[in-house]
Design a protein. Structure first.
Length: 257
């Protein structure tokens, strides 16, 4: 099956450069269960089995916990070529609230819980969802390194970080991927060039501005703009509707990006 927009190597695995973000497979505000569980499961299967998307991005905070369970239900046992990436280090006190929590004991428990929900022995790519400013960054990375040494994490990524953040981590630990927001509105992220210089895949989340950027003229131009940044950039658009996913794939293929 042909991968949309070609391929990229992330966490040691060659995957489709166009990935799929799963945050919208929940209730409103990334909170609770989706209104239509069957449709959410259908979108996941459509992404992988119909459209050849092999990079699925999620987080324990989506729901919270909702989407990891959906991914297991829809896709387990996972095809060998599919990368399931998740994130830990963010808690949800209430709907609409997001709070970094990098306490090492909490991070360890989050990894263990994600392993159970996804029904895997190892998280192939585990991001630190946010750097907790109240906990030393070295301590947050150290616990992920320890779990990597235990065989429970394959590769470690960083989310919503600056070049300086990445540089600090690189002193002690390879960074498998960086995930930051990038789109035609939020277009100035120095981490894009930094990652290119250091050979780090850059995973662009919110590439369509939560759908806003696609409403006027469709998704082709925003996705074309992103992919033109270089082969290290891998967008992960998200949708909860099968029709919208078809439109995204058509935009990539028709736009020849």
């Amino acid at each position: 099956m042909t991968s949309p927009a070609g391929t990229i190597t992330i966490a040691g695995k060659t995957v489709s450069r166009l990935g799929f973000g799963t945050m919208r497979l929940t209730g409103p505000g990334a909170w609770g269960d989706p209104e239509d569980r069957d449709t959410a499961l259908r979108v996941l299967r459509q992404a992988v089995h119909t459209h050849g998307i092999s990079h699925i991005d999620t987080a324990d905070a989506y729901g919270p916990h909702t989407v990891e369970n959906l991914i297991r239900e829809a896709l387990y046992p996972y095809p060998e070529h599919v990368l399931i990436a998740t994130k830990v280090g963010m808690v949800r006190p209430a709907q609409g609230q997001w709070k970094p929590l990098g306490n090492p004991f909490h991070l360890r428990s989050c990894v263990e819980a994600s392993l159970r929900r996804l029904r895997v022995e190892r998280l192939e790519l585990c991001y630190l969802h946010r750097i907790d400013p109240e906990v030393a960054l070295d301590d947050q990375i150290a616990v992920l390194q320890a779990m990597q040494n235990d065989g429970k994490i394959g590769h470690i990524g960083l989310s919503k970080v600056t070049p300086e953040d990445i540089r600090r981590v690189l002193k002690h630990q390879p960074v498998a991927a960086v995930q930051n927001v990038l789109n035609t509105t939020d277009r100035d992220d120095p981490a894009v060039e930094f990652c290119q210089d250091f050979g780090i895949p850059y995973v662009a989340y919110r590439p369509l501005g939560a759908g806003v950027l696609a409403q006027a003229h469709g998704p082709t131009a925003p996705l074309h703009w992103l992919l033109d940044h270089g082969p290290h950039v891998a967008p992960i658009p998200s949708t909860s509707q099968p029709r919208h996913l078809d439109e995204i794939i058509a935009a990539v293929q028709n736009g020849q990006v």
